[in-house]
Design a protein. Structure first.
Length: 368
């Protein structure tokens, strides 16, 4: 089957990496797959994958993708299009209507609708809501990456068709990536516990709270070390805060890495300090590596992924002392690997692909 997986931007973020992983998994199931990317961040290269055709359009934003995507649909004639993010979903649906494309369209929503749409007339988010209302009929499926998000769409739209389908987290390359060596003395056995966090260094990730939590632990005499993997606009601020809290020997921000799993598989606990999420892929990745998670009970996703605390420790949002308490619990009573594996099962690639095809009404066999 000819399939297009499209994303507006390739960067180190949950959406772009999830679309890449999904496209690669579809190739593994025997499909002819194009991964269409609006633009690639300058410092990155899309990793080649056997059998995956990568099409880069080199356009700066979603609006500028209209004619390139129109031409692509007319020329390539994919049978199925998997889009992600509401702005792009609306554009792809509009193009499919105007171009007469016969492709089945599945649009995945990755951000809370409360942050995407508005009822304030003539604002950008209001216009997007009107466009989405007008083109939704063309969608063969609209999906969300968490059940909580489905409920939120029901508050924003009248009788929306959205259903929950998780991202692929566990795929055939995961085990290999976990086993890659880590050249870092912090991750050698016999030292103080190592915590890892990962994500864009941005305000909503709550890394300020996490640094305050490490300071609380230090004041309690609990010596831990923290590695925050990622890059972003708050780097200078966070580095200055590390110094101001006298944590330079306890906290490191090594920057961007193409493989977080090798660090997760050698750490003692994972911490998600976010104020808001869609569904945090990184939380499932940590569980997949056998790493006990501590996560803020933020909207949306952590409570759903951790099943009310069965697969990890939930703590209040914006509460450094509560976060410190959760970290101490995780180190004292880690979740058994076999229990964590149970929590990861819904995110396995064959399970996710089968669900997508069911929703689209396609009876494609799944390869062994």
């Amino acid at each position: 089957m000819k399939i297009c997986v499209i994303t507006p931007r390739y960067m180190i973020s949950g959406v772009a990496l999830a679309q890449y992983r999904f496209a690669r998994a579809l190739v593994g199931q025997g499909h002819d797959v194009d991964l269409v990317i609006g633009r690639v961040d300058p410092h990155l290269t899309v990793p080649p994958a056997p059998g995956l055709n990568i099409v880069t359009l080199n356009k700066p934003n979603v609006r500028s993708l209209f004619f390139p995507v129109w031409r692509y649909l007319r020329a390539a004639k994919p049978e199925v299009v998997f889009s992600a993010e509401d702005h792009l979903n609306a554009l792809v649906l509009l193009i499919a209507i105007l171009s007469g494309s016969k492709a089945k369209i599945s649009g995945s929503c990755r951000v809370r609708p409360f942050d995407t749409y508005s009822n304030v007339p003539f604002t950008k988010r209001w216009f997007l809501k009107q466009v989405m209302r007008a083109v939704t009929w063309r969608a063969d499926a609209l999906t969300c990456v968490s059940k909580d998000m489905v409920e939120q769409y029901r508050q924003v739209f009248d009788a929306p068709p959205h259903v929950c389908i998780y991202n692929i987290i566990q795929d055939k390359s995961s085990t290999q990536r976990m086993r890659e060596p880590v050249d870092d003395p912090w991750f050698e056995a016999g030292q103080d516990p190592v915590l890892v966090a990962a994500g864009t260094l941005a305000p909503w990730k709550g890394f300020d709270d996490l640094l305050d939590a490490i300071a609380v632990l230090k004041a309690r005499g609990r010596m831990v070390r923290l590695t925050i993997l990622g890059e972003g606009p708050l780097r200078t601020h966070l580095e200055e805060k590390v110094v101001s809290l006298a944590l330079s020997d306890r906290v490191r921000l090594p920057g961007f890495t193409t493989n977080t799993l090798k660090y997760f598989s050698r750490a003692d606990a994972f911490v998600l300090s976010s104020h808001v999420e869609g569904l945090p892929n990184v939380l499932v990745e940590a569980m997949m590596c056998g790493l006990t998670p501590v996560a803020t009970d933020c909207p949306t996703g952590p409570r759903e992924v951790l099943q009310d605390g069965r697969y990890g420790y939930l703590v209040p949002v914006r509460d450094p002392a509560g976060l410190a308490d959760g970290i101490e619990r995780a180190l004292a009573a880690p979740i058994p690997p076999e229990v964590l594996a149970e929590g990861v099962a819904p995110f396995e690639e064959q399970t996710v692909i089968r669900r997508h095809f069911e929703v689209l009404g396609l009876a494609e066999p799944i390869a062994a």
